[in-house]
Design a binder for this molecule. Structure first.
Ligand code: PMP
Length: 364
């Protein structure tokens, strides 16, 4: 019955589809919050080398990558679960802890995969209203409202920090107090897919709280700042007893050999990460300024994308497509007047802005 209620996750429009439909050749994709710089050379070289073992199954336990992640985070390897992207880990959380008669709590305007994995597991989604458009974090998570939805039937709470598609974030004190306030029967997932981009001193690293909260699961990904979305590698860090449950449910070889090798090299490539964050944050704030100059509302963002109010988002999305720029309409996230644009390379951001200016005019 849960599956009957579902709509499939809609990925950003593929470039070749746009090429065919509109006869365009020079297309830029700012739709899926990927790293626009391309994969790091070191990660690619490691992946190529690993392909020599393509006739063998991958290391099903991901020994080397887990060791590297354990060192990186200062945790034991037994706390780590690797996934085929962090989406895979979110699905593991749902299949391990949810089911008919159980509930998952998350916010309105939160990441689209939470309702999918919840319903697919036969559980009920309990959606908390988000903060108002007039708050300091418009459309961000309202932790009090989320806490109020926790019942005896709740087994999982999903928190995205920063959140997609809004870009909004939660501060250290409020988020820690929220985790502390949850009853023991609730697993709290803090999804930190974009946390590396945050330059706010208030942005927590929830992995620091793992020893205090056995019901905490922190998820991370190699798809964003590490530039490896196509390889599909994500992971969670959790209490070893929780990780052991995930390991029972997990598909045996869920991360390929090349993906494991690329991720291990990407983790060590701190220059690539630092340069990616620096370029993103500089460009994000430049783009924000330009969009505000156009008279458009832009949500606060600690991530690698901006959520922009454009009015008739369907028409603007179409108009941008015709100009060869793919962005993401976010009506499906309950934000019908907004689009989400990934911060691209400087040239790409300029092109997006020029195309958008032609569509919305200068309103300021
Ligand atoms: N969490 C959030 C908040 C995201 O925006 C995304 C990617 N869109 C993911 C998780 C999943 O990313 P991946 O499966 O590529 O790790």
């Amino acid at each position: 019955p849960g599956v009957q209620t579902l709509h499939p996750y809609e990925p950003g429009k593929p470039m070749d589809e746009l090429q065919r439909e509109y006869g365009l050749t020079d297309i830029i994709k700012l739709a899926s919050n990927e790293n626009p710089r391309g994969p790091g050379e070191k990660a690619l070289a490691a992946a190529r080398e690993a392909m020599a073992d393509a006739h063998r199954y991958p290391d099903g336990n991901g020994f080397r990558l887990k060791q590297a992640l354990a060192t990186h985070h200062g945790v034991a390897p037994e706390t780590i679960t690797l996934g085929n992207g962090s989406n895979d880990v979110l699905a593991l959380v749902a299949s391990t802890f949810l089911g008919p008669g159980r509930e998952a709590v998350f916010s309105e305007h939160a990441f689209a995969v939470y309702p999918i994995v919840t319903s697919a597991a036969g559980a009920t989604a309990s959606v908390a209203p988000a903060l108002g458009s007039d708050s300091g974090m418009p459309f961000g998570h309202d932790l009090d409202a989320m806490r109020a939805r926790v019942t005896d039937a709740t087994r999982v709470v999903f928190v995205a920090n920063p959140n997609n598609p809004t870009g909004t974030w939660l501060g250290r004190r409020e988020l820690k107090a929220f985790v502390q306030s949850l009853p023991d029967h609730v697993i709290v997932v803090i999804d930190e897919a974009y946390c590396e981009y945050s330059d706010s001193p208030q942005q927590p690293d929830a992995t620091e709280w793992l020893s205090a909260f056995p019901n905490l699961v922190v998820t991370r990904t190699f798809s964003k700042v590490h530039g490896l979305a196509g390889f599909r590698v994500g992971y969670s860090i959790a209490h070893p007893a929780v990780a052991e449950l995930f390991n029972r449910v997990r598909q045996p070889f869920n991360v390929s050999t090349s993906a494991q090798a690329a991720a291990e090299a990407a983790l060590a490539d701190t220059d690539y990460v630092r340069e990616s964050v620096a370029m993103n944050n500089e460009q994000r704030e430049w783009l924000r300024g330009e969009l505000e100059q156009l008279g458009l509302d832009v949500l606060p963002s600690a991530a690698n994308f901006l959520c922009v109010r454009v009015g008739d988002a369907g028409a603007v999305y179409e108009g941008l497509l015709r100009a060869g720029v793919i962005v993401r309409p976010v009506a499906g996230y309950g934000l019908p007047e907004w689009i989400r644009v990934t911060v691209g390379l400087p040239d790409e951001n300029r092109r997006f802005l020029d195309a958008l200016t032609g569509l919305v005019g200068r309103r300021a």
